[in-house]
Design a protein around this ligand. Sequence first.
Ligand code: URA
Length: 434
Amino acid sequence: MIPSEIIARKRDGIALSRQELTWFIEQFINNELTNSQMAAMLMAIYFKGMTEDETIFLVEAMINSGATLDFSGNKKYVADKHSTGGIGDKVSLILVPLLACIGMTVPMIAGRGLEFTGGTIDKLESIPGFKTNPTLEQFSAWVKLNGCAIIGQTQQICPVDNKLYSLRNVTATVPSIPLICSSIMSKKIAEGVQGLILDIKIGKGAFMKTIDQGQELGEWMYKIGKAFNLNTDIVFTSMDQPLGRLAGLRCEIIETMDCLNGNGPKDTMEVVLELGSRLILQAGLTDNISSANDLLISHIENGTADAKFREMISCQGGDIEKCLSKVMKPEYEQSVTAYNDGFIHNMETEKIGWALVEMGCGHKSTHDELDYSAGIEFLAKTGDRVKKDDPVYRVFSANNARIEKAIEMLKSTFSISKNKPEFSLILDSTDVSL
Ligand code: URA
């Protein structure tokens, strides 16, 4: 087969066969294709889309690029959660230990920041010593020991997602339904889980800008789940403003611990409880949402969720005390203030995400160093009343020049209205019915 011929077929809107897609992915993983050839293919997929069959073939090829885990002998429900990416979204970090506490096994493979969205793995790597790239054996051992572990895409499991992810991030090819779908579902299927809860983010700070796009992505994810025998439930949540009080890297670990200790922001906890309780129902551990919620809250109140998080971090080599210590606090901070009296309205969440990337919380190019100390505290969000000159954002980092740039970008990321605007966080939380 000839790579450029296959790329041309996709460019011209012709559906590729299982053989062609498998071969193309194998060539890429064996370094027989250049990044430019793969980037051209990704752009062709971005513009021409893929059929359901093609997407299934792509998922298969991605899974087969590495090893898969098998928890079939496990007596507990083996499950995971994934989001399509947002700003300030630390829900995975909170849910993983919580679900392990209530008796699920959670072997999570998470991602790094993509474009303007934050990455769970980048946040975890702000904890000194924390390992996200173990061998398969080590990962399985961690999961067996603690009931949960969070790692990134490795050379052993879904290695091709690792390569494609970095390439998509710098070639403007992220917001493609088949590419998002295959990236997420291949990792989840390779983990060997029985069940999955997906958080499809919708709105200004998400890859799916409208509920219709999100519903379409949801239908694809659901179909792929079905094709690979994976129970899949989906919740659609708004990214029309950042989630929680803090967005960045290390600061999100701190907010995670606030949530695990009962001091989390209302919006973050609403998403945690919605996703967690739906997964509990899927696992058959309770038969109604209210008792599933109570179960989750009880593990926050009795301190076991915090203990499980600390156990997981320390087992993966991380030093949480060092992460929380004063020494590692940022050196510089500045505020963005309200230009008028009124209510915060229309937060431009994608722009906020790009300001975070500018400060070193995300990757502009594949080899960028991250600034773990940088971040934004949201002192007012949609619907909050502010007075002229009140601080709306507190922006912090180890690099003052980067703060200056971010402040310029952030000034135009909210408007102030006379009337209090409406905001709904959970947009839809039904299973996708096909
Ligand atoms: N998360 C992933 O793992 N992949 C995507 O493409 C988007 C979000």
